[in-house]
Design a protein around this ligand. Structure first.
Ligand code: SF4
Ligand code: SF4
Length: 368
C-alpha cells in the first residue's frame, strides 16, 4: 500500500491524543468521557468498540514525524484493552515513535509487558514526568480489588521494574507514576502514603467538574463548562474556536475539541460516515459535507486522508456549544514541557474568540 505523506507539525501543536477505544473496564462516576459526569459512562457509548485496526493506526500515525519531545499519547477509555489487549503492542511494533500511555492498569506487570511484544523502550524517554501515567480511581478500584485497590495498583506499577522499566519515587526518573483525581470524595490517607512512599511517584491532580453544585478547576473562559448547569443561561452560546491538540477518535477522525469528540460518540459515533469515507478512499477534505449531516458538528479531518494537514488546526471554526466545553480544553494548564516559562500567558488547549455573551453575563463579567 502506498504510504501517506508526512504531516508538517506546527510548533504550536502541544499534544497528540490517540483515543484507541472508548471502552473501559471501569465505570467512574466522574469519568471525563461523560460530558455530563452523571455516572452513566457504561451506557453512554453504544458503539464504543468500533475502531481502526492496529495496521490502520500504524499507517496513519506513521505520517507524524518522529520527535524526542512530542510523544503519541495512547488513551481512551482504557487503551490496554483495545484489540483484545494486543493492539498497543501491535502499534508500538509498527512505529519508531515515543509513546505515552494513560491507563488504569488493568493487567499484571507480566501480562502488560508481554502485551508490548518487546517494545517496552517506546515507553521510556527522558521527560519531566512518567510516560506511563496510571490513574487511581478509589471508588471503582477499592471495590474491584476488595479494599486493597491502592496496594494492588502500587504493586503493579512497582512490579514493572522486573520488566526493565525505570521505577523511582522521583517522577522525572520513573517511566511510571500514579495519579489520583482530587475529587472531593477522594482523599490521600496515611495508609496510602505508607504504601507509595519510596516506591512510585504519586500525585493528586485537579478535579475538573461539578460536585454538590460547586465548580472545581481553574478555567480561562468563564462559564465554558457550566453555563447551563450553573443556571447562568439556558442555552449554549456561539463563538469561534481552535485547538492546539491533535485529537484522534477510535476511527481516526480528528476533532476540534474533546466535547465534540465525546458528543459524537455518545450519539452513536461516526460509524456510517467512516464507512462512506472508506468508499471514497479516505478523502475527507473534499467530501465533508456528504459525510456529515448539515448543521451537525463534524470532525476537522481524518488521519488516513492523503490530503489531511495540520494547517487545519490554525483555523478558528464557528461553534455553537460554548458552555458545554470539557474542562481539559478550557482549564489553565502548563504546556507539554511542564515548564513555568509560560506562567504569564495562561495556556489552554483551545483558543476561543468572539463569544456572544448576552449583556447580562457581560455585566457580571465586567466586559464591554
Ligand atoms: S478508568 Fe478512566 S476512562 Fe475508565 S471509567 Fe474511570 S475515568 Fe473513565
Ligand atoms: S467552544 Fe467549547 S465546545 Fe466549542 S469547539 Fe471550543 S472547546 Fe469545543
Amino acid at each position: 500500500m502506498v504510504s501517506l505523506p508526512f504531516l508538517d507539525i506546527p510548533p504550536s501543536l502541544n499534544y497528540i491524543a490517540v483515543f484507541l477505544t472508548l471502552r473501559c473496564h471501569l465505570n467512574c462516576s466522574y469519568c471525563i468521557n461523560d460530558p455530563q459526569q452523571e455516572g452513566i459512562r457504561k451506557n453512554l457509548f453504544k458503539r464504543e468498540g468500533a475502531s481502526l485496526t492496529p495496521e490502520e493506526w500504524v499507517r496513519g500515525l506513521s505520517r507524524i514525524p518522529y520527535s524526542d519531545n512530542l510523544p503519541l499519547t495512547l488513551q481512551g477509555g482504557e487503551p490496554m484493552i483495545y484489540w483484545g489487549g494486543e493492539g498497543v503492542g501491535e502499534i508500538l511494533k509498527g512505529l519508531p515513535h515515543h509513546f505515552d500511555l494513560l491507563t488504569a492498569f488493568p493487567y499484571t506487570p507480566e501480562k502488560f509487558s508481554k502485551s508490548l511484544q518487546g517494545q517496552e523502550k517506546k515507553f521510556m524517554r527522558d521527560a519531566p514526568y512518567p510516560s506511563i501515567r496510571v490513574s487511581y480511581h478509589p471508588e471503582q478500584m477499592e471495590k474491584v480489588w476488595h479494599e486493597k485497590g491502592f496496594e494492588e495498583l502500587v504493586d503493579r506499577c512497582a512490579g514493572l521494574a522486573e520488566f526493565g522499566f525505570r521505577v523511582s519515587p522521583n517522577k522525572s526518573e520513573s517511566d511510571v507514576g500514579i495519579y489520583m483525581v482530587e475529587h472531593p470524595d477522594n482523599h490521600i490517607s496515611t495508609r496510602m502514603e505508607d504504601v507509595y512512599r519510596g516506591r512510585v511517584p504519586f500525585e493528586a491532580k485537579e478535579f475538573l467538574g461539578e460536585h454538590d453544585e460547586q465548580l472545581y478547576g481553574t478555567y480561562l473562559y468563564p462559564y465554558s463548562t457550566n453555563l447551563i448547569s450553573s443556571g447562568t443561561w439556558d442555552k449554549s452560546l456561539s463563538c469561534e474556536c481552535r485547538t492546539t491538540e491533535l485529537l484522534l477518535d477510535p476511527l481516526g477522525f480528528a476533532w476540534g475539541c474533546h466535547f465534540h469528540l465525546y458528543d459524537s460518540w455518545s450519539s452513536g459515533g461516526p460509524l456510517d460516515a467512516f464507512e462512506a469515507l472508506v468508499v471514497r478512499g479516505y478523502h475527507f477534505m473534499n467530501n465533508e459535507t456528504e459525510l456529515f449531516e448539515h448543521g451537525k458538528v463534524s470532525p476537522i479531518g481524518h488521519i488516513l486522508d492523503p490530503d489531511f494537514s495540520l494547517e487545519t488546526l490554525k483555523e478558528f471554526r464557528p461553534c455553537h456549544d460554548y458552555g458545554h466545553c470539557i474542562g481539559c480544553d478550557t482549564k489553565v494548564k502548563n504546556n507539554r514541557f511542564q515548564s513555568l516559562d509560560d506562567e504569564d500567558n495562561a495556556h489552554t488547549s483551545v483558543e476561543i474568540i468572539n463569544i456572544d455573551f448576552p449583556d447580562i453575563i457581560k455585566k457580571k463579567l465586567k466586559i464591554a
